[in-house]
Design a binder for this molecule. Structure first.
Ligand SMILES: *Cc1c(COP(=O)(O)O)cnc(C)c1O
Length: 219
């Protein structure tokens, strides 16, 4: 199947309330253009330099999402244009995003990444760290960031029960946080679900799926 066919196939399976981020990391600009031609406007990349380079070559009405782990010293390269940063998992990183957003005279939308998987290697905050961050005076002082929601990655396993448990956990953390109505937050987005598990993620309350290989093929 072509990229256009893959995209259209996935679109038919997504409820209207779920936003599709086409994860184009490692893929050539030509592949992104094929997705663009059939209407895709949100692309996800996991390396800042690669995202900035592709942006130069692509139409200007694209929303670029940073979905990977972000190094603080590289935030400045995406601060002028990034539309949503999914993987924010420390106060220090958020402070750097706020600083660079201020320099660019804009507010940068972010998701806080929660650690919901069993694997040790995946980045993210636990619920207590999330609450500490949100209620800190440093967080309150930031004026150029907005938290739109949470992001999480499930354990890489065939065990659907396990994955479902982790997605449900993220959804419940989101609901609890939303009920507190914290400062600098406009909570509406739960970014969870990839090629292998997005249908389950949607059943568990995802509002944004990040899909790469099912659109563009394996990497
Ligand atoms: C690569 C990546 C994806 C997409 O993974 P696929 O399995 O190819 O759909 C989603 N989220 C993050 C954070 C990624 O790094």
């Amino acid at each position: 199947m072509t990229i256009a066919e893959n995209l259209q196939h996935i679109q038919t399976k997504l409820p209207k309330t779920v936003t599709l981020v086409a994860v184009s990391k490692t893929k050539p600009v030509n592949d992104l253009k094929q997705a663009y031609e059939v209407g895709q406007r949100i692309f996800g990349e996991n390396k800042i330099q690669e995202m900035a380079e592709k942006r130069e070559e692509m139409p200007k009405d694209i929303q670029w999402h940073m979905i990977g782990h972000v190094q603080s010293n590289k935030v400045k390269y995406m601060a002028p244009f990034v539309s949503l940063i999914h993987g924010v998992d420390s106060l220090k990183l958020l402070q750097e995003i706020n600083k660079q957003a201020t320099k660019n005279n804009r507010i940068i939308d972010c998701l806080l990444q929660l650690h919901i998987a069993e694997e040790e290697t995946k980045f993210g905050l636990d619920e207590q760290e999330l609450n500490e961050l949100i209620s800190s005076s440093e967080f309150a002082a930031m004026q150029n960031i907005q938290i739109l929601g949470l992001m999480g990655m499930a354990t890489f396993t065939d065990n659907q029960k396990q994955v479902k448990k982790e997605f449900t956990h993220l959804k419940s953390i989101f609901d609890t946080l939303k009920a507190k109505n914290p400062v600098h937050c406009n909570l509406q987005t739960i970014s969870m679900g990839m090629s292998g598990d997005y249908q389950l993620a949607i059943e568990c309350g995802s509002t944004m799926v990040r899909i790469g290989s099912s659109i563009f093929g394996g990497r």
